[in-house]
Design a protein around this ligand. Structure first.
Ligand code: HEC
Length: 120
C-alpha cells in the first residue's frame, strides 16, 4: 500500500532517494583516505584529529549530504583531494598526503554516511 501511495505521489522526494553507492565500499575508501583525520563510525572511535568533525557528527546536520557531495571543494580538502575528471580547485601544493577519488567513490561514501547512526 505504501508503495502504491509513493507511486501515486510521484515516488519519494529526491532528498529521500537512496544513494547509488555501496556502503561497504564507502567504508573501505573512508578508512583508507578519511580516517587519518576524521573519526569514521566504529572504525577509529579514539582516532582522527581532535579539531576535525567525526562523520557521525557531520551526519547530524540537516545538510550532511550537501557537505559530503562537495567536500572536495570545502576547506581543507581542495589542496589534497582531487576528483578524477574535475578541474582542481587550487594550484597550491598539498599540505597533507594527496589522493584522487572518482565520483563513483563519492557515491560509495554517501551510501556509508547515509546508513551511519548520527552522533545524537
Ligand atoms: C588531512 C585531513 C583530512 C582528510 C584526509 C579528510 N578531511 Fe574532511 N575535514 C578535515 C577538517 C580539518 C575538516 C573541518 C573543516 C572546518 O572545520 O571548516 C573537515 C571537514 C569535512 C567535512 C565537512 C565540510 C564542511 O564544510 O561542512 C566533510 C563532509 C568531510 N570533511 C569529508 C571528508 C571525506 C569524505 C574525506 C575522505 C575521502 C575527508 N574528509 C578527508 C580534514 C580532513
Amino acid at each position: 500500500m505504501l508503495i502504491v501511495a509513493l507511486l501515486l505521489a510521484g515516488g519519494p522526494a529526491p532528498q529521500m532517494a537512496q544513494a547509488a553507492g555501496d556502503p561497504e565500499k564507502g567504508r573501505a575508501i573512508a578508512i583508507e583516505h578519511c580516517a587519518r583525520c576524521h573519526v569514521v563510525g566504529d572504525h577509529n572511535p579514539m582516532g582522527g584529529i581532535g579539531s576535525t568533525p567525526s562523520f557521525q557528527v557531520l551526519r547530524t546536520m540537516k545538510d550532511w549530504r550537501d557537505r559530503f557531495e562537495s567536500f572536495y571543494a570545502r576547506r581543507p580538502h581542495p589542496v589534497h583531494v582531487r576528483i578524477a575528471g574535475l578541474p582542481s580547485f587550487t594550484q597550491l601544493p598539498p599540505n597533507a598526503a594527496p589522493f584522487t577519488l572518482t565520483l563513483g567513490d563519492l557515491d560509495h561514501i554517501l551510501a556509508l554516511v547515509e546508513g551511519m547512526a548520527p552522533a545524537w
